[in-house]
Design a protein around this ligand. Structure first.
Ligand code: COA
Length: 180
């Protein structure tokens, strides 16, 4: 257990240096390395791509305040989904949620899980975007990534869309009636 000592903030363009050393993967697990490589090499470009402004990409960082160490990252963007009926609607793609290896499985002194603090922060950020796009939020996750699937389930990602790849699941929140 550890005291609640995180600073949560939106990323800045020069955070690529911090991101380039982020370690969240077991070196022997391919799908974990893929997430890590994307965070290290692609996430800053994804967040600050001038051609992607339309998608309102958001990258949040959790920093351990005393050490400045990057404890977690979470990113999301606006997207459009199409219902079976053909109707389209605004939704959010959760691009990534990851804790640094040293923070995985940990709780703060309050009993809160580190994963919950990070996930709550990103879900709150999604709810606060204007125009609203939290009617539905989805994520694409490797089928063996059981910890991510369990975390997402805790936040209401209980439905499933078609798989974008045989090994990857696309989980989505149930439709929420927006009150804003
Ligand atoms: C996904 C992640 C944020 C979850 O945080 P965590 O601190 O590791 O895990 P949590 O404490 O939230 O526990 C997740 C659940 O998985 C379970 N779990 C833990 N280890 C497990 C394992 N090896 N196998 C199966 N389930 C496991 C926990 O018991 C918990 O279950 P519960 O929700 O029923 O209580 C973290 O593992 C991570 O950053 N992983 C690497 C990055 C990644 O793959 N991100 C996803 C791509 S978007």
């Amino acid at each position: 257990m550890t005291d609640r000592s995180w600073l949560l903030r939106a990323a800045k363009s020069d955070d690529d240096v911090l991101l380039s050393k982020f370690t969240c993967a077991e070196p022997s697990v391919g799908w974990q390395l893929e997430v890590q490589e994307f965070i290290r090499l692609g996430l800053a470009d994804w967040a600050f791509d001038p051609h992607a402004v339309e998608g309102d990409p958001r990258l949040l960082l959790a920093l351990h305040a005393p050490s400045g160490e990057l404890a977690g990252v979470a990113a999301h963007e606006r997207t459009i989904l199409q219902a079976v009926s053909g109707e389209t609607f605004a939704a959010t793609k959760l691009e990534v949620v990851a804790l640094a290896a040293a923070w995985q499985g940990r709780r703060f002194e309050s009993g809160e899980r580190a994963s919950d603090v990070l996930m709550s922060a990103v879900m709150t950020d999604i709810s606060a975007r204007v125009p609203p796009r939290d009617a539905r939020v989805f994520a694409i996750v490797h089928e063996d990534n059981l910890r991510s699937l369990a975390l997402l389930r805790r936040y209401g990602f209980v439905e499933e869309l078609s798989r974008p790849h045989p090994e990857y699941r696309r989980v989505i929140t149930a439709h929420k009636v927006l009150d804003h």
